[in-house]
Every structure is written in C-alpha cells, then in structure tokens.
Design a binder for this molecule. Structure first.
Ligand code: SF4
Length: 234
C-alpha cells in the first residue's frame, strides 16, 4: 500500500474554519489519529497512486468503489493532475506564527498538502477527497479557499473551482462543486493573514472540533460546551 504524506503546517487548510474563527486555537495540538482517519490516510495514498499510474483500481480492494468515484471525476477533466503536492505560502511566512509555542510535527506558516490540483490556462481546480461521513459542501468552504489562496501565489490563474468528493457521506456518496472568484480568493488570503497575526479568542460552534476544549485547556470553550449541552468529546 502507498504511504500517505505527513506534512502539516500551523495554518493548515483542514482546520482553517476553526482558526479563522478563533485565532487563539492555533495553539491547539494536533488531534490524535483514530481508526477512521487512518483508513482515510490509506484511501488518500491509494487514490494518489492511481492518479499517478503507480497503481490501478484493481489494487484498491475494499476502497475501490469510493476511489473510482474520485479518480473518474478527476480524469474526466482531461488534464494531467498534480497529486498530493505540498503548497506553502511565501507571503504568509513562518514569522507570522513564530510567537506561538512550538507544535510537535508541525511546520510554521500557511501551507498544506492538496489531494489533487488541475491547472488549465487561467483555471485551477482543487480537489479534496473526504473519506468521512459528515457531509461537507464546496461553496464557501474555507479549506478549499485556503488551497485556492496557496495556488494563487504559485500560478497565474484567475478562475478557481473547488471539488469535494465524498464517497462515504451520510445520505449517500456525494460530489460537491463550487466556483470561487479571484477576489474571493484574495479576500480569503487576507483573512488568513489577519488570523496569523491575531491572538483573539472567540467561542462558537467551531469549539466543537478544538483540542483545547476537549483537553480542557480552554476554560471559555469548556464553558461554551457546557452551556450548549455538548456531551460528546469531539
Ligand atoms: S475551545 Fe473554542 S474558544 Fe477555546 S481556543 Fe478552542 S476554538 Fe477557541
């Protein structure tokens, strides 16, 4: 089986909905990887190796149906995919977050590993393969907008599409697509810059996914959860 990449940044796209809402949570440790996440890692790695031709769907075993959905959607574009590549912002540098305590296994700055990128002329398509069950939509998705912001620094593109492929979504397999304007992408990067330089703490629904809350290291988050009656850990 292929091995999943493991490069993580402080300002990582996957947790951006939380740290954009509450910059203080950039101090949070990484969440432990559970069994479902580990299966997702394997699916991502296999999906990448199929797209690059190292493996085929016949090698995917029980992951075959979900990965077929992902691979066929990518390949239908007829563009050579750039797969599982790490993208880092030169503009939002490590200096922006170097005031924070070190975080094990994490690079400072704004960056992340993009499952799949297609570049064609002025257009970029960013793909996110989601292996979990909670349905996720592409419109206004801060993770996809974060990837688009990173890509905008590296390519002369002005049109952005985000695609979430979610084979195991509750309610059935789903593909969600959105288009982002260049000004939306630029605005998003400005939000990232503001968050990188901020120590503001704000409670809200995003506390649900914050390790500082479920590790009981944020009194405000714990109290917010108590008021909301959240009884589960994550
Ligand atoms: S628990 Fe909520 S308020 Fe506290 S750091 Fe996390 S996201 Fe911010």
């Amino acid at each position: 089986m292929p091995i999943a990449p493991s490069t993580h940044y402080r300002l990582g796209p996957s947790s951006s909905s939380r740290w954009l809402a509450c910059p203080w949570s950039l101090r949070a440790p990484s969440s432990p990887r559970n069994t479902a996440a580990a299966e997702g890692d394997v699916a991502h790695a296999m999906g990448a190796s199929i797209l690059t031709g190292e493996n085929t769907l016949d090698d995917a075993g029980s992951l075959r149906a979900g990965l077929a959905m992902y691979v066929s959607h990518v390949q239908a574009n007829g563009v050579e995919p750039i797969v599982e590549r790490v993208w880092e912002s030169m503009e939002i540098t490590a200096a922006a977050t170097s005031r924070l305590p070190p975080k094990e296994g994490t690079l400072e700055g704004f960056g992340g590993t993009l499952d799949c990128l297609l570049i064609s002329g002025q257009t970029a398509v960013v793909y996110d393969l989601k292996w979990g069950e909670i349905p996720v939509k592409a419109p206004n998705n801060t993770q996809l907008l974060s990837y688009a912001s990173l890509i905008h620094e590296h390519f002369a593109v002005s049109e952005f599409h985000g695609v979430i492929v979610q084979p195991n979504a509750k309610g059935g397999p789903n593909i969600s697509v959105a288009q982002y304007t260049e000004s939306e992408v630029i605005q998003h990067r400005e939000r990232v810059k503001v968050a990188a330089a901020s120590d503001e703490k704000r409670v809200g629904r995003h506390c649900l996914f914050c390790p500082l809350r479920y590790n009981k290291q944020c009194a405000e988050g714990v109290e917010f959860a108590r008021q909301k009656g959240w009884r589960y850990k994550v």
